[in-house]
Ligand binder design. Structure first.
Ligand code: MSP
Length: 483
């Protein structure tokens, strides 16, 4: 049996989830569902990144002990599963001492035993927002351009990871697509980043500066850098470093890591460096998606424009949220959200497009006992075949929006087919012939939509019940009531 291991970034649980977090989980969910449909053995992993300064500070601001704070906040992230009908198989928390910590210790030891960890005096600028040291050249007006805050000046003894040693190997794996980075533009970005020179990186902080994290093996005075800790989730969840590493042997290397463009460097440079040093295989593909803005602006607490996926799903349904984020946001670039645009897509594509086509076909065919499921019109067959090919190809390239556009093109074709054949006027055998083709079209639309809009797809299938010889067509409720 083919296996497929797909992951998302694990989210910082300093604040509740927003639609940016949701977007990535939904994209990964589509792929997981698609591969399950192909009868592959799928492992879909997500989780929570619970250590580091950012979380520690958020807990303090909330007046809570960090552990209690992350326990509560992680629950909110887990609730996305139900709210958006996500199908992940596992949710890994980095504060899980039984599942996660042993893997972090193990990879650290392997890297150290390979001579790649060394204590050094360090002086640098640390941005808490990025949880990363900043090169002074990256700053604008002495501030981090991403978070618009001044980084902290830090001077301390740290462990360093000799990442520079692996730059050449990482570069060649990326160039040859052994480690594939999609889209191509991001691959080029990473290659030119590597070309400018990769430095060794600090991978621990003294405990008195940062107590909220995993202590370094054999040196409790140092806490492991949150990114080394977090990246290891992809293998800790599989049992790496524990007695039961069956899943690690079965599923590693990952088929796809889904990440946002802001954290691609960590995944395309540091993570491969860690794995190479530890003697472990590299992931096959990293897909970096764009960002979702709100009314053209970055979502942020200070701007007060955070959009909650829960509120949207409550109001419009999980599939409507899934549809908008997959259709409106080009996976390769940034996309925008406004409630107005959301309603437009909802009414235009879902209520009038898919919902209306489905209702038309089911109303016409309802109660008819002569209908079977096949196409006897070659044009219909051809169109379905073409659409399926386009959808497969677009999904291989992670172009969710274009895959959906192709399915909507099939829906328009179907609508047009109703208009041309006019089954309500047609005489037999023309009428039945038209309805057979329409039901077949609708069934194929539902089939293609399965990974994207699973609930809607199920509802459509629920209206086309197969009995021994024929079909029983039952008109269900309205799929997407207009708003
Ligand atoms: N904890 C790290 C990831 C560690 S992975 C080993 C982190 N967390 S995060 O909560 O800041 O972001 C989690 C994911 O959500 C990232 O892939 C990030 O790019 C994505 N997004 C955060 N805001 C986003 C948008 N506004 N739009 C789309 N995705 C965004 O980084």
């Amino acid at each position: 049996m083919e296996k497929f291991f797909v992951t998302t970034a694990i989210d910082y649980v300093n604040a509740p989830p927003h639609i940016g977090h949701a977007l990535e989980k939904i994209q990964a969910d589509v792929l997981a569902r698609l591969h399950r449909q192909k009868s592959e053995e799928v492992f879909f992993l997500t989780g929570a990144d619970e250590h580091g300064t950012k979380i520690f500070k958020a807990a303090r601001e909330a007046g809570k002990e960090p552990q209690r704070f992350v326990d509560e906040m992680s629950e909110k992230f887990k609730e996305l599963k139900q709210a958006l009908n996500l199908s992940w198989d596992d949710f890994l928390r980095t504060t899980d001492k039984n599942r996660h910590w042993p893997a972090v210790f193990e990879i650290w030891k392997r890297i150290r035993n390979n001579g790649d960890i060394e204590k050094r005096k360090y002086q640098g600028l640390y941005c808490v927002g990025c949880e990363a040291f900043k090169n002074p050249k990256e700053l604008v007006d002495a501030k981090c351009p991403e978070h618009l805050t001044e980084p902290e000046q830090i001077e301390e003894e740290n462990y360093f990871f000799k990442l520079s040693k692996y730059a050449g190997e990482i570069e060649s794996r990326i160039k040859s697509d052994e480690l594939k980075i999609i889209p191509e533009s991001r691959k080029n970005e990473i290659l030119s980043f590597i070309n400018r020179g990769v430095n060794d990186i600090s991978v621990s902080r003294p405990k008195e500066k940062l107590a909220w994290g995993i202590p370094a093996p054999d040196d409790e005075s140092q806490i492991i850098y949150v990114w080394i800790d977090a990246l290891t989730n992809y293998i800790s969840a599989l049992g790496f470093g524990s007695k039961d590493a069956k899943n690690f042997e079965k599923f590693w290397p990952a088929d796809v890591h889904f990440v946002g463009k802001d954290i691609l460097r960590f995944h395309a440079v540091i993570w491969p460096g860690m794995l190479l040093s530890a003697g472990l295989p590299l992931p096959k593909t990293i897909f970096a998606h764009g960002f979702i803005t709100v009314g053209g602006q970055k979502m942020s607490k200070s701007l007060g424009n955070i959009v909650s996926p829960f509120e949207l799903a409550e109001k419009y349904g999980a599939d409507a949220v899934r549809y908008y984020l997959l259709r409106e946001v080009s996976a390769y670039e940034d996309g925008d959200f406004t409630e107005e645009k959301f309603k437009e897509r909802y009414n235009g594509d879902l209520a009038n497009g898919l919902g209306n086509f489905c209702a038309r076909v089911l109303t016409l065919a309802q109660g008819d006992t002569n209908i079977q499921t096949y196409a006897n019109d070659t044009n219909v067959n051809k169109k379905i075949k073409e659409t399926t090919e386009v959808v497969d190809k677009k999904l291989e390239e992670f172009k969710f929006n274009e895959a959906l556009a192709a399915i909507w093109d099939l829906i328009s074709f179907g609508d047009n087919y109703v208009n041309i054949t006019e089954p309500w006027h047609a005489v037999e055998p023309g009428r039945t012939r038209a309805l057979v083709n329409l039901i077949y079209l609708l069934e194929n639309v539902a089939q293609l939509l399965m990974p994207f809009l699973p609930q809607t797809s199920e509802k459509i299938f629920g209206s086309i019940v197969k009995t021994d010889k024929t079909l029983q067509i039952k008109k269900g409720g309205i799929l997407f009531p207009r708003v």
